[in-house]
Each structure stands twice: as C-alpha cells, then as structure tokens.
Write a new protein. Structure first.
Length: 365
C-alpha cells in the first residue's frame, strides 16, 4: 500500500525563544535558533556588461556598495552576531526597529514602504526534491537607494541559486538590465515558487491519504492524519501574509520601484493569490479527511456495538429459560421427564437459530 510522503516530514527548524520582557524599542537581540556557525556574506554587483561575485569576511561598508551604474546585492546568512548588525545599521542608516525585526526570527511577515527604503519580512519554506522534508526560515529584504538590496537569512539556502545563476549567465536578460527593485521581485518570486513546490508535495500527501482512507480507514493511524493537518496549518500560517506584501508592492507609491517592474509585481501578486487560495483548499481538504476519519471510526464502533447487541439479544431468551428451570422449587413441571434436558437444548437451538435468521434477513448481522 502506498504511504503518504508527509508521514516523514519533521517540524521545521524553528525554535520558540522567550523574548526578554521590558526591553526598549529597537533592542538588538537575536530571537530564534542559531542555525549558522558564522556569518556568511556574499557581495554581488552587476550591470549589463559585468558581474562580480565575492565572499566577504565582514559586512560591507556603504562605500563598497556605492558603485554607480551597478546593482549591489548583499546576501547575509546568519543572524546571531548582533554587534555586526548594529554596525551595519549605523553604516547604512537603517532604523533599529528594522534591525530588531531582522533579528527576530519569529516576527510576522510584513512590508514597510518608505521613500528611503522598502523593508519586507517573509518566511522562506523549502522542501527536498522527494518531498520528505520541509524547512522554514526567516527572510528579510531591505531595498535601499542607489540600487542596493540587502537580504538576511538564518542560514545559507539554495533557494536563490537560480537567481544568482541568472545574474552570472544572463548577460542580455532582464535581471542584468533592470535595477535592484527587479532583483527584489526575483527573490520574492523564488520564495513564492518554493511555496508552490511545497504545496505540490502537501497536495500529493493529501491525495494519498484520501486514497488510503477510502480503501481502509482502519489502516490509517490518527498520528499520520494529525501530522498532515499540522504541516498544512504551519504552511498556511507562514505564507498567509504574502498576499499583503504582494498587494503593497503592486502599488508603486515610492521612487524605489520603477515603472518597468510593475508588471512583474502584478504577476507576483497573482501568484500570491494563487498560493493563498491553494493553501485554503488544502486546509479544507485536510479538515474533510479528518471528519471522514472520525466518521469511519465511529461507524466501526457502531458495527461492533451492533454485533455485540445482536448476540446479547440472541442469548437473552436462552438465559431466561435457563433461569426459570434453575429455580429451586420442588414442584416444577417437566423436571421428572427423561427427555427434559434434551428438550431444553432443542428449544435453545431453535430460539437461537430463529433469531439469527431474523437478524440476517434485516442485515443486522
């Protein structure tokens, strides 16, 4: 029998960390699990003619990113070295409130648009090719003037490798011709594409679970069904705010978003709506599977109770007859008959057989 691939999906690598209370706004405290041993920084600068990709030992300065005519992408992996983020904020004039949201891996996905910056927080959800494992991590994107984009991840992931490959090889492509706002769209588009990939794996698990329930609901463990419900609910909570982000980016009320990129953000908005509607359908499907499983379990219990009730009813008159002739009265008709014992057994057999035939005709047994 085919097994659902979701029964092997672990909880994503997300640790709930108690936030210190009564901290002033903008306190730079890393909240979450440390998933990277050290800070990994990748500086990517490009234009239509040239591309430069280099690893840095420390966060870049504003002068390193001030390259006229080029797009600068600073890809940061690792959020635990808070003192370096404080220096980054001072170097680029980033608000401590934004830095606080970057370091808080449990913060809700959102977007903040200002004239000097666009800040977006999303959850990056990825899965293995076989669909047997799923990972969720915090992703923050900060678009700054001068065609500068800074991305922050909890740990290095391969979700953005296709984007980097397009930058490296696409000398005549849009990503090399457009600015950092198009790069921001490309990264968010990669995030949404990974949502769709994970949704496909979950949908496969829902279909497999439905087939197994239709074949024999007793072969499905309740833990499998509730594990599937947990995974779908977790995914829905992670990607539900993406609609708010895509709608906001589809409204060009800032100079950081060029007119040429608006069709792409409109397309991203459509994909965000598709993702949200699909997860809603998945939640309804899982709820229906849960109700079917509970109904099947209740029906199995009713069948057992029906059989037990029928057999109890069959033995009820036999018990009555045995009780009557088991009374200790001296003057009872039939006690002295030589065939009385065998006659009682014949009556027992006829009563039991008659009631059994009656129950079978009524499909009670």
């Amino acid at each position: 029998m085919a097994q659902s691939p979701l029964r092997w999906i672990p909880r994503p690598k997300f640790a709930r960390t108690n936030r210190p209370v009564a901290l002033p706004p903008g306190s730079l405290v890393h909240l979450g699990q440390q998933r990277a041993e050290s800070l990994e920084i990748e500086l990517i600068t490009y234009n239509l003619e040239t591309v430069s990709i280099e690893k840095l030992d420390d966060l870049p300065t504003k002068d390193q990113c001030a390259d006229p005519g080029k797009v600068t992408w600073v890809n940061v992996s690792g959020l635990h070295e808070t003192e370096k983020f404080s220096s980054l904020g001072k170097e680029f004039g980033i608000s401590t409130l934004i830095l606080e949201d970057i370091l808080n891996t449990g913060s809700r996905p959102k977007i903040e648009k200002r004239e000097s910056e666009i800040f977006a927080v999303v959850k990056l959800v990825t899965s293995e090719a076989d669909g047997k494992s799923m990972d969720l991590q915090h992703l923050a994107l900060l678009l700054l003037p001068g065609n500068v984009l800074i991305s922050f991840l909890e740990e290095n992931a391969n979700a953005f490798d296709p984007v980097i490959e397009r930058i490296r090889t696409g000398s005549g492509g849009r990503i090399r011709r457009f600015g950092a706002d198009y790069l921001m769209w490309a990264l968010l588009d990669a995030v949404v594409d990974n949502y769709l990939l994970v949704i496909d794996h979950l949908d496969e698990g829902v279909v497999t679970m439905d087939d197994r329930l239709q074949m024999d609901a007793s072969e499905v463990a309740a833990s499998e069904l509730y594990g599937l419900k947990r995974d779908v609910g977790l995914l829905h909570r992670a990607i539900r705010p993406i609609r708010e982000i895509t709608v906001s980016l589809n409204r060009p009320n800032t100079d950081l978003l060029e007119v040429e990129t608006q069709p792409f953000f409109a397309d991203l908005n459509d994909h965000g709506l598709q993702v949200l509607e699909t997860t809603e359908d998945l939640r309804e499907s899982v709820s229906a599977l849960r109700e079917f499983y509970l109904s099947a379990a209740s029906n199995r219990m009713n069948e057992v109770m029906k059989v037990l009730t029928c057999f109890s009813t069959i033995f009820l008159p036999l018990t009555f007859i045995a009780g009557v002739y088991g009374m200790n009265f001296e003057n009872m008709p039939g006690l002295k008959l030589s065939w009385g014992y065998y006659g009682v057994w014949v009556v027992f057999a006829l009563c039991a057989a008659g009631m059994f035939i009656l129950f079978r005709k009524k499909n009670w047994l």
